[in-house]
Design a protein around this ligand. Structure first.
Ligand SMILES: *Cc1c(COP(=O)(O)O)cnc(C)c1O
Length: 369
C-alpha cells in the first residue's frame, strides 16, 4: 500500500532528547507564567532570528490580536485577501474594519502601489503578510506608513528565519507576528510570538498576554491569556537545534522541484525573491490556462495518487461570509488575488519527504505519470 503524502508533515526532534527537558519541568514544578524555559527560549530565539525583543504566545492568532491591542489600533486596517483567514480575523476580533487591497501576482504579496489609494481618514495601520515566506515590499510600505502616520504590523507567520538584504526580515514594521503552529517551518505544536523593536512595547505586550497584569495588584488593560507554557518553550529550545538542517533540506527540495518542473507547459513557478535568504516554507505552483488540466483537475489527479496538495490560498478571505459584503472585498477590486486563488496549488514540502516521492509528484504534474 502506498503511503499518503500530505502538503506538510511536522518536523519532530528525537523523542529521547526531549525527555530531559520534561524531567526538569517535573523537578522544578514551573509549568507556565514566564518560567525558566520561557525566558531561555525568548532569548535563544532573539539570538537565532537576529532581533532585539520578542514575546512568546500560545498561537500566532492570539499574537496578532494582541499586537493590534498593543498599538491601540482601531478604525480601518489595510490588508491582503490572499492569506490564511487568521490575518483578517484578528482585525474583526478587535472590531477593526479590514480594507482589502489587491496583490502583486508575481510575489503574491500586497501590491504596495495600490495601498495609497485605499487610505481613508479612518486608516490606522497596514497589515501585510510575507506570503510563502517571501518578503513583502517592506521599503515602499514603510515609506507610505511614514508619510501617512500609519502603523505596520507584519503577519510573518510564514517568515521564520528569513533574512532580507542581510538582516532579519522581522526587523521591519512596528511589530511582526510569528506562528509556531505544527504546519509551519518551525513548530512548538502550537505557538507564536510578537517581534518588537524596543523593551517598552515588549513590556506592554507581556502585560497584555497575562490578563493585563503589570504587578500583583495593577491591571492596565483588558488583557488575555496568551502565555506559552514550559512544555512548548522547552520543546522550542530543542527544535532550534535542528532548524538549520530543516531549512537546508527544504532548500534542497525546492531545488529538485524547480529542476523537474521548470519546463512544464502551463505550470508557473514563483520566482525566487531577490536579496533574500529564504526558509522555503511552501512550494506553490500556478496552473495556467495552457496546462492540460484545470487547477482542480490536477488537484484531483494528485489526490487519486495519494498525494494531498493544498490550495493555499483558496478561497480568498474576501469571499468568506463575514467579509464578502465589504466594498473592498468586491471581485473587481481584487482581480489578481481572485485569479491567483483559482490557479494556485501548494505541493508537498517538508524535510522528511523522500526524493522519489518528489519525483513521483513531478511526474504526475508534468504528465509523465
Ligand atoms: C498559520 C497562520 C496564522 C495563524 O497562526 P496560528 O499559530 O495557527 O494561530 C496567521 N497567519 C498566517 C498567514 C498563517 O499562515
Amino acid at each position: 500500500m502506498t503511503k499518503t503524502t500530505y502538503v506538510t508533515e511536522p518536523f519532530l526532534p528525537p523523542l529521547d532528547e526531549y525527555i530531559p527537558y520534561l524531567e526538569q519541568i517535573w523537578e522544578n514544578k514551573r509549568l507556565t507564567n514566564n518560567g525558566p524555559f520561557h525566558r531561555e527560549f525568548e532569548s535563544a530565539l532573539c539570538d537565532y532570528l537576529g532581533v532585539e525583543h520578542l514575546s512568546l504566545f500560545t498561537s500566532g492568532t492570539i499574537a496578532l490580536v494582541a499586537a493590534l491591542q498593543a498599538l491601540r489600533i482601531t478604525g480601518e486596517v489595510i490588508t491582503t485577501p490572499y492569506s490564511f483567514v487568521a490575518t483578517a480575523h484578528s482585525l474583526l476580533w478587535n472590531n477593526i474594519r479590514p480594507v482589502f487591497v489587491d496583490i502583486d501576482p508575481v510575489t503574491c504579496n500586497l501590491d504596495a502601489d495600490r495601498v495609497e489609494a485605499a487610505i481613508t481618514p479612518q486608516t490606522m495601520a497596514i497589515m501585510p503578510v510575507h506570503c510563502y515566506g517571501n518578503p513583502a515590499n517592506v521599503g515602499q510600505i514603510g515609506q507610505i506608513a511614514d508619510i501617512y502616520g500609519l502603523k505596520v504590523i507584519y503577519d510573518a507567520a510564514h517568515a521564520f528565519g528569513v533574512k532580507y538584504r542581510g538582516e532579519s526580515l522581522l526587523r521591519h514594521g512596528d511589530l511582526s507576528v510569528l506562528s509556531f503552529h505544527a504546519t509551519k517551518v518551525f513548530n512548538t505544536f502550537e505557538g507564536g510570538a510578537i517581534v518588537c523593536p524596543d523593551a517598552k512595547i515588549k513590556q506592554r505586550i507581556d502585560y497584555l498576554k497575562n490578563f493585563g497584569f503589570a504587578n500583583e495588584v495593577t491591571v492596565i488593560a483588558p488583557g488575555i491569556n496568551g502565555k506559552m507554557s514550559e512544555i512548548q518553550a522547552s520543546f522550542g529550545l530543542l527544535q532550534l537545534k535542528y532548524i538549520d538542517r530543516v531549512i537546508a533540506r527544504r532548500g534542497e527540495i525546492d531545488g529538485i522541484y524547480r529542476t523537474l518542473l521548470q519546463d512544464v507547459q502551463g505550470i508557473q513557478l514563483l520566482p525566487a525573491p531577490e536579496h533574500t535568504q529564504r526558509n522555503y516554507a511552501y512550494f506553490p505552483v500556478m496552473v495556467g490556462p495552457d496546462y492540460g488540466l484545470t487547477r482542480d483537475g490536477l488537484y484531483q489527479k494528485l489526490r487519486d495518487n495519494e498525494i494531498y496538495p493544498r490550495r493555499y490560498f483558496y478561497p480568498l478571505i474576501s469571499s468568506m461570509p463575514m467579509y464578502r459584503g465589504m466594498p473592498s472585498a468586491e471581485q473587481s477590486n481584487l482581480v489578481e488575488a481572485n485569479r491567483i486563488a483559482e490557479q494556485v496549488l501548494c505541493l508537498p514540502m517538508y524535510p522528511d519527504i523522500e526524493n522519489d516521492v518528489i519525483e513521483k509528484i513531478a511526474d504526475i504534474v508534468s504528465g509523465a505519470a
